[in-house]
Design a binder for this molecule. Sequence first.
Ligand code: NDP
Length: 496
Amino acid sequence: MSRAVSQQADEQWFTSLDPRTAEVIGKHRVHSPIEVRAAATRARTAAQWWGGLDHAERKRRLDAWRALILRRLDDIVELVCAETGKPLDDARLELVLVVDHLHWAARNAEKVLRRRRVSPGKLMFNQAATVEYLPMGVVGVIGPWNYPAFTPMGSIAYALAAGNAVVFKPSELTPGVGEWLASTFAEVVPEHPVLTVVTGFGATGAALCRSGVDKVAFTGSTATGKRVMAACAESLTPVLVECGGKDPLIVDSDADLEAAAEAAVWGAMSNAGQTCVGVERVYVVDSVADRFTELVVRRARKLKPGGQATAHLGPITMPEQVGIIRSHIADALDKGGRALVGGLDSVRPPYVEPVVLADVPEDSAAITEETFGPTLTINRVSTVDEAVELANATRYGLGATVFSRSRGPELARRLRCGMVSVNGVVSFAGIASLPFGGVGDSGFGRIHGADGLREFARPQSVTRRRFWAPLQPNTFARANGTLRRLVRLTRLLYRR
Ligand code: NDP
């Protein structure tokens, strides 16, 4: 990556840049594997302290952090804009979601994780059985640049609320956002480094996987996710892997076409298409395809990218992505797709103007690979069943959108993916109680919601004998015939 790297004494530094202007935003350390391991070791002591607090005290601290983030919202919004280039309102939306998730995680951690009684069953009626979700210890979080606050906070907030310390490695493109999160957290939790940040490139992330942390929560591309898993496998460190997607939007014959078109355009183009759950492919039923396409085209033509705070779309944050976007457009056109809005000329680094492609062959890269730019394909299908089939014909399975007045939930259930919005787009990301994650090449494990809290906890089962049961099978001193009587009892209890 084209970051300027400098050496000062034994230390390496790199710069973060504003992708709109190439202006230097900040200077950050390239943390070495030794420094990463030291950070994980310090975090372990912090984890013992933080994990030893009760839920109420952790909630109090997390609420104080939320209040501080809200007081300084303009600062972090500005930093997100500077490091990613995204328009002001995109960054505001991102931070609103951060605050909402932090609130939910802090408020619900005790209810979800505390010790609760479970039935011991008929044969073990003399036992009192409980399960409690205890902190794992230290969680390593590796984050991407496209939502540099919202995405990692989906792991960080839930891991902290579950009583863990966190060592966070932000993307090399957005290290300042990571440092801002850690420094504001330290203001409300000054006692120990419960949330620390290590910065650098891929090697720093790889070192975090090998640093002795108790779990790694990774969000990024599928290719890197596989490398993270391989590194974690060396020490049997559990991983949560949130990767990319190729999310479909299905338009049924009875859909509200205005709403579907608006959702398709916003889902595909907002944040310049750099959204893991962004809309990349549309399958629209023939009978409404002309009208829907017309509505999409009209909307997409009005959108203009730019560097000003009020632009519809910002730049492509990662320079290397521009080539991928261009190649997907070229491949779609070469294979017979039609450009309805824009085309190859729309790619003007660091910006890409909206591109809408129609009749794109299903084997072209614009359909099979994550494009991660402001592009959208619209393909017609004869039935909504065909739409479901094509939507599922991908290695990815992150999110999806369905527009249908009568069959929304039914179609949603048939989609092979982790999350579906019906008659809305990306709505699931804003509902903190809904687990977030994918299947297939989109990864596994869940952030957000109760599942997201449990993802960062180890369930501990405890059972206590309340009294001696008449039958004692678990001892060499058991009476003759104990097992015969137990079998008779089992038959009696479970024969139907
Ligand atoms: P990358 O996979 O390039 O990087 C993700 C993170 O991993 C970065 O911090 C990166 O560091 C780090 N990293 C790179 N190499 C290694 C390694 N060998 N070991 C450990 N860590 C490493 O993804 P992007 O940052 O480009 O993010 C975009 C991707 O993220 C898209 O595919 C998008 O769909 C996905 N994404 C998924 C989401 C989800 O929840 N499912 C949400 C948001 C994004 P560095 O930047 O320094 O190279």
